[in-house]
Design a protein around this ligand. Structure first.
Ligand code: HMH
Length: 228
């Protein structure tokens, strides 16, 4: 198992589904962001959908506050809601405004099925299950973009038009929130499953949620590439 700055739980989950994880983090859409060959129409189609995605992700992280058992869990979940609605979405608003799409239009955009499936899957994981079910479904989103941002910041073509996007996820603001999310998830898992969580009866189910959310990330990139 390869260690990760985002904690031991994530490292275990990622190791549990290597092929989907690789397909997600090295998707053609991601390569196109890095080398600049991604068509702008695909990028905008993705970004409008991603704005709606973040609205629902902020709702799911808010459910984390409701399902938390410690103040630390509440703090990290509330901090993530803040990072999503007050920071990350600024990228979407600014980039779309420059392309002539205003925020009212963004908020009213029709959701693609891939977007609906992913966001409602995560919300249902949290409603049907407990805090850990919700975290397992949220983890691929957080840490996948963390890994992609870090890798592209080092390897992207200097003239890619997607530098702002890359910078948003490579930035210490995003990375440091992800490190605290990873630490919080490790503590949450130890608290509920003990020191050897992978041996617990619940582990395969949590691993399954992580893998499903990872497959939904792949479908989200596919949706972006397909265009509007
Ligand atoms: C689809 C998707 N996954 C993860 C992130 C990171 O927050 C995002 N903005 N969109």
């Amino acid at each position: 198992m390869t260690a990760s700055p985002y904690g031991a739980t994530f490292a275990l989950w990622r190791t549990g589904c290597p092929d989907p994880w690789n397909a997600y983090t090295h998707h053609a859409f991601v390569q196109g962001l890095g080398d600049g060959t991604l068509p702008q129409a695909s990028f905008l189609h993705y970004l409008v959908q991603d704005y709606i995605f973040l609205v629902h992700f902020a709702r799911a992280w808010s459910l984390g506050v409701v399902k938390a058992e410690t103040l630390d869990e509440m703090r990290v979940c509330a901090g993530t809601v803040d990072a999503l609605v007050n920071h990350e979405m600024a990228l979407h608003v600014k980039t779309c405004a420059a392309a002539g799409i205003d925020e009212v239009t963004l908020f009213a955009a029709t959701e693609e099925f891939e977007n609906l499936a992913y966001t409602r899957y995560v919300m249902d994981a949290g409603l049907q299950g407990d805090f850990l079910d919700l975290m397992a479904a949220l983890a691929p989103c957080c840490f996948g973009y963390g890994e992609i941002g870090q890798r592209l910041a080092k390897s992207a073509a200097p003239d890619t038009p997607y530098g702002d996007w890359i910078e948003t996820y490579a930035d210490t603001a995003y990375q440091s929130v992800m490190v605290s999310v990873g630490q919080m998830m490790d503590a949450a898992v130890t608290r509920r499953l003990g020191p050897d969580p992978a041996e617990s009866a619940r582990w395969p189910h949590l691993q399954g949620r992580f893998a499903t959310a990872t497959r939904l990330e792949i479908a989200f990139w596919d949706m972006g590439l397909r265009g509007a």
